[in-house]
Ligand binder design. Structure first.
Ligand code: AMP
Ligand code: ZN
Length: 117
């Protein structure tokens, strides 16, 4: 593990080196708008520290996941979405394309009532 990775797009966003639309932050993470939204409300909650996925973040610091979920709830509610879906793709076989932990926060779509599982 390392705190940052030079070739990681989310590390560069956390460092403020490339622009992103920031929706909120806490001491541990930032929430930004997804560049390619899949729902009317689509945020990404990204921890400051670089780990490959949510499980790796949890292994390094179990409390880190709680900080992400709290921020996800805050930005979803601030945008008027008390009902929302959290997704943490883990591994390319599950659709993960950026290998820095992030939680998708999706809301505002009638498709939200469809079950995935
Ligand atoms: P995943 O497929 O779960 O790894 O999700 C990566 C997400 O990051 C995708 O939904 C992308 O649209 C989003 N994304 C990639 N680069 C950026 C960026 N520079 N700003 C905002 N969202 C991004
Ligand atoms: Zn990173």
């Amino acid at each position: 593990m390392s705190d940052t990775s030079d070739d990681c797009v989310f590390c560069t966003i956390v460092a403020g080196e490339i622009p992103a639309e920031v929706l909120g932050s806490n001491d541990h993470a930032i929430a930004i708008k997804d560049l390619n939204p899949q729902a009317p409300f689509h945020a990404l909650v990204i921890p400051h520290d670089h780990h490959e996925n949510a499980a790796a973040s949890a292994a390094a610091d179990p409390a880190s996941i709680g900080h992400l979920v709290s921020l996800a709830d805050e930005v979803a509610r601030a945008a008027g979405n008390a009902d929302y879906r959290l997704i943490a793709n883990t591994g390319s076989g599950a659709g993960q394309t950026v290998f820095h932990t992030h939680i998708h926060v999706l809301g505002g779509s009638s498709r939200m009532t469809e079950s995935l599982i």
